[in-house]
Design a protein around this ligand. Structure first.
Ligand code: NAD
Length: 494
């Protein structure tokens, strides 16, 4: 990564963003705008359109018309593939520009953002472009006088609502399979990080995606997100974000056209370290990275450290040492390990969790406070709290910040019981050299993904989905495609 190129890009002024509807930029119907604050220094970076219900309705109507006239769904698969491949190429050609814009908007450290954001978005779009002409229908094993065929059809109009922590990566997880299967999409980025995703949507048009097939509306969740959720003309809603919003989306679906709703929600993922882990130093470093990269604003963050009592003190000290060695600061410096918290509100919420943890008997081993306040930005020291009991707030509620709660255990059974003691089930890890135990942990811990002797780094070939209150359905892999298809049976008497 070239620091001087990054520094040149960070000085550039950011133009005001408007909606993207029917292939053109349109302001909010009432002219409203939202100030976009940079978490790096708290200054206003630019504005986006503050969408209204009328704006969202126009975007949905345009997407519906695009779907019905077949300008995209009706194209041969090879033609659709060409456009999506070109889009992935354009994202890669603009990788630094997109990454820096995204970091100025959401505060993720550039060392992580460049790969995880535009880099991974391009890989995802290409994956589904390559897959789109390899999805076949089926012929059923019917009696001889019947031909039973199963057709796979696009669902129609997909609404996609995206959070702020990895807008391009998560956006691509929805847009890639939805568009590859021939659907039209109405995209609603987060008001806390919409710029890079809006720019990525513009690149789709440059790549040749027909107008109206991908419309994007910026603004507040409770206005434009609600209008999307309540629409009678959206067939499937795909969402990544908080459980509270996820509940509302299910309600919106029930109150409107009973659209299918797929939710990727939060977690309180257990990172379980046994005394027989193959390399405790390595485990400590990966544990620190598994919670503190992107300031803990990662859905699968290993936010609960469950550690065997016999190595508790030694292991916690090693994790504290590893986390203190991580540099917190300017997210646009290539040397930074941990960037900024997305917003003032999120930072204050994180500090509130630390206060509660202390009130409930926890002890701070390192961190616990806001730092670098003089920058005007939102930064927090990586924080480790020990003495977190099974029912403590820090063991039960998602912080979505750089706060690690530690709980000791004395047996494999106790570790499993603690691991499964929340309403979530998104990710987890077990560190052990015992092969039998490793497989037992994979089976016993109720999560969507279980790591063994590592944390994070799973790629797009495998699904990511939660169970319990972490959500339903999956992003990534060929399994994600199922969300964007209807099955239709043809029963033909011969
Ligand atoms: P959020 O729920 O506040 O917002 C997510 C999106 O929903 C935003 O675009 C927002 O504008 C929109 N929204 C808000 N209120 C709405 C409403 N009433 N109707 C419709 N839309 C509405 O979540 P966030 O703070 O942006 O993201 C953090 C959360 O996302 C965390 O809980 C995190 O764990 C979760 N997350 C999950 C995954 C996963 O794959 N499971 C990945 C990343 C983040």
């Amino acid at each position: 990564m070239d620091q001087s190129k990054i520094d040149t890009l960070r000085e550039q002024s950011v133009p005001a963003f408007s909606h993207l509807i029917e292939g053109v930029h349109v302001p909010a119907s009432d002219g409203g705008t939202v100030d976009i604050l940079s978490p790096i220094n708290g200054t206003v970076l630019t504005t986006t359109a503050k969408g209204t219900k009328a704006d969202m309705d126009a975007a949905i109507a345009s997407a519906r018309a695009a779907f019905e006239d077949g300008r995209w769904a009706g194209q041969p698969p090879a033609a659709r593939k060409k456009v999506l491949m070109k889009w992935a190429d354009l994202i890669e050609e603009n990788v630094l520009e997109l990454a820096v814009l995204g970091v100025r908007d959401n505060g993720t450290e550039i060392s992580m953002a460049i790969k995880a954001e535009p880099g991974s978005a391009a890989v995802t779009i290409r994956y589904y472009a390559e897959a789109l002409d390899k999805i076949y229908g089926e012929i059923a094993p019917t009696p001889g006088d019947i031909l039973g065929m199963i057709h796979k059809e696009p669902v129609g109009v997909v609404g996609a609502i995206i959070p702020w922590n990895f807008p391009m990566m998560i956006g691509a997880w929805k847009l890639g399979p939805a568009l590859a299967m021939g659907n039209s999409v109405v995209l609603k980025p987060s008001e806390s990080a919409s710029l890079s995703l809006m720019r990525m949507a513009e690149l789709a048009l440059e790549a040749g995606l027909p107008p109206g097939v991908l419309n994007a509306v910026t603004g507040e969740g409770h206005v434009v997100g609600e209008a999307l959720g309540l629409s009678m003309d959206v067939d499937v809603l795909v969402f990544t974000g908080s459980g509270a919003t996820g509940r509302k989306l299910m309600e919106y679906a029930a109150r409107s056209n009973m659209k299918r709703v797929y939710l990727e929600l939060g977690g309180k993922s257990p990172n379980i370290v046994f005394a027989d882990a193959p390399n405790l130093d390595e485990a400590a470093k990966v544990t620190a990275g598994g919670i503190f990269r992107n300031s803990g604003q990662v859905c699968v963050a290993g936010s609960r450290l469950l550690v065997e009592a016999s190595i508790h003190n030694e292991f916690v000290a090693a994790v504290a040492k590893a986390s203190e060695a991580m540099r917190v600061g300017d997210p646009l410096s290539v040397d930074t390990h941990i960037g900024a918290i997305n917003s003032d509100d999120q930072l204050n919420a994180n500090l509130g969790f630390v206060k509660t943890a202390i009130a409930e008997g926890g002890e701070i081993i390192t961190g616990g406070e806001r730092i670098l306040e003089e920058t005007g930005g939102y930064y927090m020291a990586p924080t480790i709290v020990t003495g977190v009991t099974k029912d403590a707030t820090l063991a039960q509620k998602e912080v979505f910040g750089p706060v690690l709660g530690v709980t000791p255990f004395s047996s494999e059974e106790e570790a499993i019981s603690l691991a499964n003691s929340t309403v979530y089930g998104l990710a987890g890890a077990a560190w052990t050299a015992n092969l039998g135990r490793a497989h037992r942990m994979v089976k016993a811990v109720r999560t969507g993904v279980m790591h063994i002797n590592t944390y994070g780094g799973v790629d797009g070939t495998v699904p990511l989905g939660g169970i319990g209150q972490s959500g339903n359905g999956s992003d990534k892999s060929l399994h994600a495609i199922e969300k964007y298809l209807n099955l239709k049976t043809a029963w033909i008497k011969l």
